[in-house]
Design a protein around this ligand. Structure first.
Ligand SMILES: Nc1nc2c(ncn2[C@@H]2O[C@H](COP(=O)(O)OP(=O)(O)OP(=O)(O)O)[C@@H](O)[C@H]2O)c(=O)[nH]1
Ligand SMILES: [Mg+2]
Length: 445
């Protein structure tokens, strides 16, 4: 079935110097003929009058025709570049609809580019991420993903994985050959390497995802250590109530700020302690729950009171923690950042502001912000989930080899890992997922 021809205004609503109507599909040559009254050479800018059904003038401007498959969507594409007014653009669009096109859904041009093999899925998503970037660095990294930096890394993993599968499936096809994968060191070595490469890519993708979505930083600690004061200092507001009474904060307080261009969501929480007050108890419960959603936990301590030992289990395993030793002004100490055996410690004063720069730099470093963006790329939560699922399958495969389970059980896990990795670039992607991805685009893209 030939896909319908789609059309949309590709420039943002409002008034501007130039406005563009974009059309893609097999009706494009007929639409060109009807609106311009003549055909145009592919890839040549031709100045023309755009006319309505009665032959009357709608606008004049540049017509650009891209012949399939040498176009963004892979189909015949027409761009009519007229004057940027919403009424005139609407008239041009309506003329295209009269001629048989229908209005494009958000992201439908890019979706067709993906379906026609012009872009893979990660690249298509990078188109939207480039348009929506909120910082220059995010834009640059989205550009890298669009150029295929991330996709090539995924393809590299898939290639290694396929090689490994060939090795293992050979033992299934030729059982007489007696290759024992449990003792074959090359299988174990290759799998180890693949797991390492996947972990490395997940770490890099996580940084890309933090730069896209911002960093979620949860401020937590015992009551009265100065958590709310730190939120106020970082955001240069007095959003949170600060009092000398322990247990002041109960609700979660979320603020979106920028740390020198890095989007950060900071969450202030209730001081964690046992209490009989039902309101505060709910606050503590919510604080604990927030800890599991953090990209970074700032665990605040009161320098004056000494470092209260943190009872085990208060901080969820696996989430990075930075220890903030607040109120150094009381002891007349200098701000500093140190690496102790429990992690990074930053001494500062929320009251005087001393040491806040150290904290800001630390947040940026954690997100990989400002470091050399060469080879870095933007990524989405969806990519991280797929990669993590793939990694889990690889770990299971490794365990099965150790447990000397049959090669078919190992092969099974490797196939699943391959499918998970393939979801990132769209080699194995359910249709409903595609719908969700492209509906997040703006119209005309
Ligand atoms: N001297 C000094 N006092 C501070 C500093 N930071 C906070 N305080 C004081 O410590 C008290 C508690 O501050 P908050 O910011 O409300 O502490 P919190 O951790 O949010 O407390 P809860 O919400 O009750 O858990 C207040 O009286 C603040 O003025 C600091 O850097 N130096
Ligand atoms: Mg507070």
């Amino acid at each position: 079935m030939i896909p319908e021809t789609i059309a949309a205004v590709a420039t943002p609503p409002g008034k501007g110097g130039v406005g563009i109507v974009r059309v893609s599909g097999s009706l494009v040559p007929a639409i060109v003929q009807a609106i311009l009254g003549h055909s145009v050479k592919p890839r040549m800018a031709s100045f023309s009058v755009f006319r309505d059904a009665a032959g009357d003038f709608i606008d004049e401007g540049i017509a650009l025709f891209f012949k399939a498959p040498q176009s963004f969507t892979g189909e015949d594409v027409l761009e009519l570049q007229g004057h940027g007014g919403s009424v005139v653009l609407d008239l041009i669009l309506r003329r295209c609809l009269e001629l048989g096109a229908r209005v494009a859904r958000p992201g439908e041009f890019t979706e067709r580019a993906y379906l026609n093999g012009k872009l893979d899925l990660a690249q298509a998503e990078a188109v939207a991420d480039l348009i929506e970037s909120s910082t220059a660095l995010a834009a640059r990294l989205a550009g890298q993903s669009l150029q295929g930096v991330f996709s090539r890394r995924i393809d590299g993993l898939l290639e290694q994985l396929v090689q490994l599968r060939i090795l293992i499936e050979a033992t299934l096809d030729f059982p007489d050959e007696e290759i024992d994968i449990a003792t074959d060191s090359s299988v174990r070595h290759d799998l180890r390497q693949l797991i390492d490469a996947t972990q490395q890519l997940i770490a890099e993708a996580h940084q890309g995802q933090m730069l896209r979505d911002g960093l979620t930083v949860v401020i937590a600690g015992l009551p009265n250590v100065g958590k709310s004061s730190i939120l106020n200092a970082l955001s240069c507001t007095d959003a949170a109530i600060v009092t000398p009474i322990p247990g002041t904060t109960r609700d979660l307080l979320r603020l979106d700020i920028q740390v020198n261009g890095l989007p950060v969501r900071i969450v202030d929480t209730a001081g964690i302690r046992h209490t009989d007050d039902p309101v505060e108890r709910e606050g503590v419960r919510r604080a604990r729950e927030q800890l599991t959603r953090a990209d970074l936990i700032l665990w605040v301590e009161d320098t004056v009171a000494g470092s209260e030992p943190m009872s085990n289990g208060q901080i969820p395993l696996g989430c990075p923690v930075t220890y903030v030793r607040n109120k150094i002004d009381v002891m007349n100490l200098e701000p500093q950042q140190t690496a102790s055996n429990r992690g990074t410690e930053i001494s500062l004063s929320a009251t005087t502001g001393a040491g806040l720069d150290l904290l800001r730099d630390h947040l940026k470093a954690h997100a990989g912000f400002g470091s050399n963006p060469e080879g870095a790329f933007i990524a989405r939560r969806r990519h991280l989930d797929a990669l993590t699922r793939g990694l889990q399958c690889l770990e299971v495969a490794r365990q099965r080899i150790i447990d000397q389970m049959g090669a078919e059980f190992v092969a099974e896990e490797l196939l699943q890992a391959q499918q998970a990795f393939g979801e990132v670039t769209g080699q194995f992607t359910p249709d409903d997922l595609l719908g969700r991805i492209f509906s997040g685009f703006c119209i005309g893209k």
